[in-house]
Design a binder for this molecule. Sequence first.
Ligand code: AKB
Length: 329
Amino acid sequence: MKNILVIGATGQIGSELTLKLRKHYPNGNVVAGYIKGAEPKGELLESGPSELVDITNAEQIAAAVEKYNIDTIYNLAAVLSAVAEAKPQLAWKIGVGGLYNVLEVSREKNCAVFTPSSIGSFGHSTPKDGTPQDTIQRPNTIYGVTKVTGELLSDYYTKRYGIDTRSVRFPGLISYMTPPGGGTTDYAVDIYRSAAKGEKFYCPLKPGTFMDMMYMPDALRAAIEIMEADPQRLIHRNSFNIAAMSFDPEMIAATIKEFVPGFEMEYKLDPLRQAIADSWPNSLDDSCAREEWDWKPEYDLKKMTEDMLKHLSPSAKEDKKMEKAICVE
Ligand code: AKB
């Protein structure tokens, strides 16, 4: 039996991962940890327990772990890259102080811990193409600094205290259920929302800005598979490069046009996001994840585009409303 606490359960990853974990471990408790102002709603609220768990409050984490006999914590609390530049102190408090609280509770209560890292953990001095698993990590964003610190701190707790910590470096994540907030890669979500509404998209990044991206179903699978991986096979832990596709704004726009021929995009650059994107790799080499725990993505740009547009189309939204109406009758 698995008892899991998801911290940050109402965010872009958490809202989908919590539901997937509940289906994946039907005999366990998967607790949705949320903060004030971001309470779970709908299926997330109804399909399992939820608890107020602010990652900056170690007592709240410990109380939830105790109450539900938690053995695994998914730590998804983070301030994403662009917002973190406006609030560096908060980014550190949540990204590093919060992780420290999670690791300390896990040391006391013997929990396994998953904390995502990011392509943002790299910087200008990192090889840009086919970025290796083990390479230079000197990011110049506070988000990146918190991610590298998190990788090192997690590895330290494994070596020093035997805590089972594991992680993947997520690319930009693309999903339709819950919008992301404050990231540099978020344009690749916003573009689909504009296309589905028949609106022109104003792209904040310039042509030729390549970054790794991944569709949410692959990201969720990665988060579960890494935690289920045979520890004997793991040479690395914090954190594994994972990749699915790399594209620039021109490529995603062209792929959308295959499905929405009238789609239009214009460039309206955001200098902060451009500077961050320029410091990140173009594409990661994920061969260690493939070798050590059989990582393999299922979605490429075309398959993801088709699925995103299907779910965001006005008719899909109407179908969902109908389903809800039928459920409450
Ligand atoms: C961001 O853009 O900040 C995130 C990330 C790549 O970690 N999506």
